[in-house]
Design a protein around this ligand. Structure first.
Ligand SMILES: *[C@@H]1O[C@H](CO)[C@@H](O)[C@H](O)[C@H]1NC(C)=O
Ligand SMILES: *[C@@H]1O[C@H](CO)[C@@H](O)[C@H](O)[C@H]1NC(C)=O
Length: 353
C-alpha cells in the first residue's frame, strides 16, 4: 500500500514537472489570426456597405492571385493576408462580412477591419463604415459561431492561442482631426486616440484574447495624398505636423501597452511600423523601389477608392517598383517588405507565451 502511494506520488511529481517543463519550453501552435482595424487590414468588409470607401473594382486587385478585385485596398494582398501566410495559416485572410463564408472558412481566423475606420467613433460615422468598437461586437458573434459549430474547446483554443492584431489611427489623424480641431489640439487628440487604443485592448482582453499586437501609427503625413494637398508646406516630402501627431500617438501608446502587458495575463505588444515605412519613403532604392512620391494608380496623386478606377489613365504596369498603390495605400510589395522586416522580430515573442 505504502509503495503504491509512493509510486502514485512519484508519477504525479513527474507529470507535474513534465507539464511545467512543457510549459516553459512551450512552442504554441498559433490557432488563428484575428484582425481589427482599417483599410490596411481590410480584405473586403466594405464591399456590401453603403459607403463610398470601397475598391472592389479594377485596377484594385490587378496583382491579386487570379487578378480579381476583392475589396482589398491595394494591387494585391494586404498585411492580414501576408501575416496569415507567415504564420502558416493561409495565403489569404477572409473578410468576416463576406456573405459566402461557411463556418469552416472562419477556422484560420478572419479580419473585421473596415477601410476608412478609426479609433474615434466619429471617423467610422463620417465614412459610413464599421467602427473598431462595432468590430468587437462582430468578434463576439464570431466566437458564438465557433462555439456553436466547433464546440467550447475550439472557441477557447482560438481565444488563447490566436494572434490578435489591431491596426488603426491613420484616418483619425489625417481626416477626422480636422473635424475635431475645435475640441482638441494636435497633442490632446493624439493622446485621446492612444487612450482609445488601450481601451480597445482592454475590451479585447476581457473577451478572452491573450496575444494582442497593436500597430503604431504610420507616417501618414508622407502619403502621396498629403504631398498633393499640402504641396507647399512639406518637409522632406512630408506633412510634418501630421507626422508629429502620429509620433505623439506612438509615444503615448507604447509605454501604455508595456504597462498593460505587465498588468494583464498573456502578451500585449506594441508593434512599431513608423520607422520602417518612413525610411522606405525617404530611401526607396535601398528597398528596391523606384517611386515613393506618387501612387501607381492613375496619376497617383489624388486617386483613391472611386478616383482610382478602370477609366483612370496611366496606371503603372509594374506596381512592384512603387511604394504606394494609390494616393494613400501601399502596394503589396511594400507591405511585404514591412511584414518581413518587422514581424519576425515581434512574432517570435508571442510563440512562447
Ligand atoms: C517557436 O516556433 C517558431 C515558429 O516555428 C520559431 O520561430 C521560434 O524560434 C520557436 N521558439 C522556440 C523557443 O523554439
Ligand atoms: C518591377 O520593378 C521591380 C522593382 O524595381 C523590379 O525588380 C522588377 O524587375 C520589375 N519588373 C518588371 C517586369 O519590369
Amino acid at each position: 500500500m505504502k509503495y503504491q502511494m509512493l509510486w502514485l506520488a512519484l508519477v504525479l511529481t513527474i507529470a507535474a514537472e513534465a507539464n511545467a517543463a512543457a510549459k516553459q519550453g512551450k512552442n504554441t501552435t498559433i490557432t488563428a489570426l484575428i484582425v481589427f482595424g482599417d483599410s490596411i487590414m481590410d480584405t473586403g468588409n466594405n464591399n456590401n456597405l453603403p459607403t463610398l470607401l470601397k475598391c472592389n473594382f479594377p485596377p484594385y486587385g490587378k496583382d491579386f492571385p487570379g487578378g480579381s478585385t476583392t475589396g482589398r485596398f491595394s494591387d494585391g494582398r494586404v498585411p492580414s493576408d501576408l501575416i496569415a501566410e507567415k504564420l502558416g495559416l493561409a495565403k489569404t485572410l477572409p473578410a468576416y462580412m463576406n456573405p459566402n463564408l461557411k463556418p469552416e472558412d472562419l477556422l484560420n481566423g478572419v479580419t473585421f477591419a473596415s477601410g476608412g475606420t478609426g479609433y474615434d467613433p466619429l471617423t467610422a460615422q463620417i465614412m459610413s463604415v464599421i467602427s473598431v468598437w462595432d468590430q468587437l461586437t462582430y468578434f463576439k458573434e464570431y466566437i458564438s459561431k465557433m462555439k456553436k459549430h466547433f464546440g467550447e474547446e475550439k472557441a477557447k483554443d482560438i481565444l488563447e492561442n490566436s494572434i490578435f492584431l489591431v491596426v488603426s489611427s491613420s484616418n483619425d489623424l489625417a481626416h477626422t482631426y480636422l473635424a475635431r480641431a475645435h475640441r482638441y489640439d494636435r497633442t490632446s487628440y493624439a493622446n485621446f486616440l492612444a487612450d482609445s487604443a488601450v481601451k480597445f485592448v482592454r475590451e479585447l482582453h476581457k473577451l478572452g484574447a491573450r496575444k494582442i499586437g497593436v500597430f503604431s501609427a504610420v507616417p501618414v503625413g508622407c502619403v502621396p495624398l498629403q504631398t498633393t494637398v499640402y504641396g507647399g508646406l512639406l518637409t522632406r516630402g512630408c506633412n510634418q505636423p501630421l507626422n508629429n501627431m502620429a509620433k505623439q500617438f506612438n509615444s503615448r501608446l507604447s509605454p501604455a501597452l508595456d504597462s498593460l502587458d505587465k498588468e494583464l495575463d498573456g502578451v500585449i505588444l506594441y508593434i512599431d511600423v513608423y520607422d520602417t515605412l518612413y525610411d522606405m519613403i525617404q530611401h526607396p532604392k535601398k528597398y528596391g523601389f523606384e517611386v515613393a512620391d506618387r501612387g501607381c494608380c492613375g496619376k497617383g496623386t489624388l486617386a483613391m477608392s472611386y478616383l482610382c478606377n478602370s477609366l483612370t489613365p496611366f496606371t503603372c504596369s509594374n506596381s512592384s517598383a512603387y511604394i504606394f498603390w494609390d494616393s494613400y495605400h501601399p502596394t503589396e510589395r511594400a507591405y511585404q517588405v514591412i511584414v518581413d522586416n518587422l514581424l519576425d522580430k515581434y512574432l517570435s515573442k508571442v510563440y512562447d507565451v
